[in-house]
Design a protein around this ligand. Structure first.
Ligand SMILES: CCCCCCCC/C=C\CCCCCCCCCC(=O)SCCNC(=O)CCNC(=O)[C@H](O)C(C)(C)COP(=O)(O)OP(=O)(O)OC[C@H]1O[C@@H](n2cnc3c(N)ncnc32)[C@H](O)[C@@H]1OP(=O)(O)O
Ligand SMILES: Cc1cc2nc3c(=O)[nH]c(=O)nc-3n(C[C@H](O)[C@H](O)[C@H](O)COP(=O)(O)OP(=O)(O)OC[C@H]3O[C@@H](n4cnc5c(N)ncnc54)[C@H](O)[C@@H]3O)c2cc1C
Length: 666
């Protein structure tokens, strides 16, 4: 094997690291065996050279990008399948794949099969009855059919009761008639819908016996299994170019009185009998279960994308030298600027915070799902609220810190060859999809207001909201992580109390409940956001304490520093709230600021080790700035030379336009 020459600054950073990087990787993977398994899988996938792009994706046309993505998706699926351990349960398979980012090595802009895996199959599992699962899951898991999740319409994404697609039951033929009565009823957005999927789960308003029975899921064939032509009564297409996700093949779909058999309604929850009698499920919101599942997964996806961005930015910052700190000294590494550390170390800490929170949430999700399967629904509202608020916070923070990583790389961060713009294109839609963030915060606020009322009635609160009942004053600011967590809880409690008081005040002033809610909604969403912050810091701290107790002292210290940095960063960001709701004084603020700066200094020698610990291979980072060897400038030039414009010294447009123009002949 050729010897890698590592940039000398990066090499000396690695020599400075105070902990064992491999131990950190094992910790993140959940053990040495998991690291080995993940690496074996990466080796195998990366050994398939047909999965690599010869021409950088960005130089392909829109159509070529899609065709190339499909070519790779098929091959990638087969390689993955050959590595699958059939003895793992679905729960274990997903948990074990939490640290896997290998998909990014193949697709810079995501795969056209994403929705098949992430929503179509889960919708059949969550919404299909036993026979439906038996039949459809086998076909879907074997890739005999490819599906997507078609819910959003041109006119409505958030407000599901406002969907216009109808499924009207016809008892004479025992069929549902699917129809899009208007342009705005067209399904719009589903990934893979345009040219990839031949089936989809369609969410439509069910009418039977002339009654609206709410939104229900239907499994609908949309293309012929042989010719792939759209079926009669179905209009399909692609929605066009987007900020990112351009290889996901998002599509539109309209129905013109398209008929499907009765057994195509997924009937795990609600049912329609042959004569058209509707039987409601135990809770109508179980129909929204696929969204809860994906919201839970998104938290982890955000942690991984952020780890990628911050790895690139930290390595680049160790290599890049710019300006002068002292006139007599050479140009320093930009990582030595404390402002640069302030921009980036929080990204490392945030990725850790959400990857710990994501695992915690996944285990909670699995527990509640098994209760739901046993008919126990009590914990569904809390799960919904938690999934909403953690999806919101992780997507907002990831977008901010990925963009900050890009900016921290100066001009080179603007290059597609840095892979930072594309990474931003992957994180930013998560603030919109799977429930627009403000809308989800309002759902969280709704659950908090309910909890507040339960508390006033002396009822027990769900564990994640139990702190609301803690009436004790926070007498003293001690600056410890646990003290700050309690302060965050006080903030959330205080903001909730304030918004509930305003909500009630507006109603007393004569506004309807709905108008009062709307008027109080800025404060309500702020309370929901604070509730989320309190949960994330607490989970980050307690889960790190729980899992890291057996680690070596140097690594334990490094992780504790990240937890403290994360806590202090948000305390300083939310000073106004803390000054309102906790006994924080001016001196305490100055102490916190000093401690924060001290932490930046302590983390500085470990910065490269911390991102090396994410163990994201060059093929996955896909970045001229972030490669392990730090050959930043050489790679930037190599990538520049791949531009098709560099294939010839003079472009034909010179003779056609520029020359006549400059010579006054045009
Ligand atoms: C080996 C496999 C490994 C897999 C690994 C995969 C790796 C990849 C990882 C990550 C994936 C990244 C890529 C993801 C691509 C995703 C693409 C995106 C797809 C989509 O966007 S699909 C469309 C999503 N759409 C939405 O989210 C719509 C948002 N709107 C809503 O959810 C609702 O309309 C609403 C909640 C806002 C309001 O609903 P409505 O019916 O009007 O409700 P109300 O009448 O107001 O009642 C509210 C009442 O209901 C309760 N409630 C609401 N939702 C739920 C729920 N889901 N569960 C439980 N309860 C719910 C709510 O609390 C209220 O209760 P109350 O009345 O207060 O008691
Ligand atoms: C990349 C990408 C992939 C997607 N993939 C899929 C898919 O596979 N399948 C699918 O079905 N859908 C998909 N979607 C659609 C996505 O789920 C919706 O865009 C999302 O649910 C938001 O709905 P909307 O676009 O209608 O936004 P809107 O609801 O119109 O939001 C616009 C604005 O209105 C505000 N607003 C709306 N309602 C309220 C309210 N009640 N209170 C306060 N403010 C409100 C919002 O906060 C926002 O600021 C995808 C979207 C994207 C971007």
């Amino acid at each position: 094997m050729a010897k890698i020459t590592v940039n000398k600054d990066l090499a000396s950073e690695r020599a400075k690291c105070e902990f064992n990087v491999e131990e950190l990787t094992n910790y993140l993977d959940g053990g040495r065996e998991n690291t080995a398994r993940r690496r074996r899988m990466e080796d195998k996938v990366l050994s398939v050279k047909e999965l690599r792009d010869e021409i950088p994706e960005e130089y392909l046309s829109h159509k070529e990008k899609y065709e190339n993505a499909i070519r790779k998706a098929v091959l990638f699926y087969k390689v993955q399948k050959s590595l699958d351990d059939p003895n793992q349960s679905d729960h274990e398979r997903i948990r074990n794949s939490y640290r896997s980012t290998i998909t990014s090595a193949i697709f810079k802009d995501n795969s056209p099969l994403t929705l098949h895996i992430v929503m179509f199959i889960p919708a059949i599992i969550g919404q299909g009855n036993d026979e439906q699962r038996e039949y459809w899951l086998k076909r879907a898991k074997n890739m005999e059919i490819i599906g997507t999740y078609a819910q959003t319409e041109l006119g409505h994404g958030t407000f599901l009761r406002g969907l216009e697609t109808t499924a009207t039951y016809d008892p004479a033929t025992e069929e549902f008639v699917l129809h899009s009565p208007t342009l705005t009823a067209y399904k719009w957005w589903p990934g893979g819908l345009a040219h990839t999927a031949n089936y989809c789960v369609v969410m439509a308003i069910l009418y039977t016996k002339s009654k609206n029975c709410g939104i229900q899921p239907f499994i609908v064939q949309i293309r012929d299994e042989e010719t792939h032509m759209p079926l009669p009564g179905i209009k399909l297409g692609e929605i066009g170019a987007k900020l990112g996700y351009n290889t996901v093949n998002n599509g539109f779909l309209g129905f013109d009185n398209h008929r499907i058999p009765r057994d195509r309604m997924l009937m795990r929850n609600a049912q329609v009998s042959k004569d058209g009698t509707f039987t409601a499920g135990a809770n109508s919101k179980l129909t929204y279960g696929t969204m809860v599942y994906v919201r839970v997964l998104i938290v982890n996806n955000m942690a991984n994308l952020l780890a990628k961005a911050v790895t690139i930015a930290i390595r680049y910052s160790a290599v890049r030298r710019q300006s002068k700190l002292k006139p007599e000294d050479p140009e320093p590494q930009i990582l030595d600027y404390v402002t640069q550390q302030h921009k980036l170390f929080i990204g490392i800490a945030t990725s850790h915070a959400y990857s710990r929170t994501a695992l915690w949430l996944w285990d909670h999700y699995a527990k509640v799902t098994s209760e739901l399967n046993a008919g126990k629904l009590d914990n569904l509202p809390e799960l919904h609220s938690l999934a909403c608020c953690l999806k919101v916070l992780s997507s907002v923070d990831a977008a901010v810190f990925v963009e900050r990583s890009r900016l921290a790389c100066g001009g080179h961060g603007y290059m597609l060859s840095s892979n930072l713009p594309q990474t931003y294109g992957l994180v930013t839609p998560a603030s919109t999809f799977e429930g627009e963030n403000t809308v989800l915060l309002l759902q969280v606020a709704r659950s908090l207001v309910k909890a507040w009322q339960q508390m006033l009635n002396g009822r027990q609160l769900a564990p994640s909201m139990a702190y609301l009942a803690d009436q004790k004053q926070l007498d003293r600011w001690d600056g410890s992580v646990n003290g700050i967590i309690r302060a965050f809880q006080k903030v959330a409690r205080g903001k909730l109390a304030f918004s509930v008081a305003n909500f009630e005040k507006y109603q007393k002033m004569g506004l309807s409940r709905e108008d009062a809610w709307n008027k109080a909604s800025v404060q309500l969403t702020a309370a929901a956001e604070s509730h989320g912050r309190a949960i994330v810091v607490q989970v980050f701290k307690t889960e790190t304490d729980r899992i890291a107790s057996s680690l070596s002292p140097p690594l334990r210290k490094a992780l504790d520093q990240l937890v403290e940095l994360f806590t202090l960063y948000w305390a300083l960001e939310r000073l106004g709230d803390l000054l309102l709701y906790s006994p924080l004084s001016e001196v305490d603020v100055r102490d916190m600021q000093a401690r924060y700066e001290e932490l930046l200094e302590k983390i500085r020698p470990n910065a490269v080790g911390l991102v090396d610990g994410f163990d994201i291979r060059d093929e996955i980072l896909n970045s001229a700035l972030g490669a392990y060897d730090g050959r930043v400038y050489e790679r930037l030039m190599e990538e520049a030379l791949k531009s098709p414009l560099n294939a010839e010294p003079v472009n034909s447009s010179f003779h056609k336009y520029l020359k006549p123009f400059m010579q006054g002949k045009l």
